[in-house]
Design a protein around this ligand. Sequence first.
Ligand code: ZN
Length: 444
Amino acid sequence: MTQKFLKISLLFSVFCFTTATFAQNKIVLSNVEIFNGKDNKTKVGSIVIEKNKIVKIIAGKASGSDLDQAQVIDGQGKFVMPGMIDSHWHSFLAANSNQAIMLGDESFLFINAAKESENTLQRGFTTVRDLGGHVMGIKQANDYGINKGPRIYPSEAMISQTGGHGDASFPWTEPRMIDHTPPRFQVLGGSIIADGEQEVTVAAREQLRKGASQLKVMAGGGVATIYDPLDATQYTTKEIKAAVDAAENWGTYVTVHAYTPKAVKQAIDAGVKCVDHGHLLDEATVKILGEKDIWLSMQPFDLDASAYTNPEQAANKVLVGQGTENVYTWAKKHKVKLAFGTDLVSPPKNPLRQNELVVNLKQWFTNFEILKMITYDNAQLLKMSGPRNPYPADLGTLAEDAYADILLFDKSPLEDISVIGDPKNNILLIIKDGKIYKDQLTKK
Ligand SMILES: [Zn+2]
């Protein structure tokens, strides 16, 4: 047993050694207009990257020793900003349809997810907070540069009660006490059904054992599922608190899927630090989020329900879309910490809308507010993972010692946010972890 363990750890350390030598580079991105992620002004300068970090930002052009042994890229005065962050992404669900999940071969599904992860990075998202799905393998492959995808903050399986938003069983499935066969989505690591404080504790600890950087708990009904009503409150305060205790003992936090005031208030009572969605909230509950410094990770959902053939789901989609306006308005009024996430599932077309949702924010926010939210602000939410943060240096900003995750645009999104909507043509250079993943600037 010990020998076997030694072999595994030796293998692992050899693997880590070979991959750790991956980004031994020096790049000078010279003559660029720099938006640092948080200040409402830009500066013309040069960015010096060594290995995977920004080591220096120089006013004007780089010269002298800064250029030693460097790959120098002339940015032609174009606009650069930190890589975008999506605070609510599903690397697995964005790549695989419900039908594929039910019927597809497991390896096919995960290869799909890896490929979509590459597409995600090519859209300019250098980091995602993954709120449900077995993505640890993709995360590792992305981190080692084996797969060309973004950094991933994984929640692993979404924790759901029986009949909750993460329960992929059929209504007529035999009771769990009689038939222990879990639904396919659970087998694939997408969700885990846990009822009662003890089961929730175990489910929470299992995700932490897998390496989750935060936990995702389903605290209310949803739109995309048929059997749990949108207005339903899921779990009890004690059950959610069991997950919160497990997360906090591990140094991290719980975020919940919830739309309604009742579901959100219960989750707040249980000690969650982030609410995902929240579109059906009233002003009083939004105010509590502001007072208690709880993050609201929202999606600028519109009224388009064409993706749903079921009339009840379509009506719910419209209802949620109608809430967007009010909640953004109240969130600004009560100074709620807002994060931006897209939560786009059901391929093949939906994930392509990731950039469109950024542009949609212009209905409520200035270009500067949008760019700050999708970079610097989202990065502050990611820091809530504390010691479980897999990427402890700064993200979402262009500053010394921050990770070198940089986008260069043909035109400035600070002047016209719509350029983000067409990443294929408008993002000319994508750097993640100090490595170039797209270059249409020097290689036209
Ligand atoms: Zn989601």
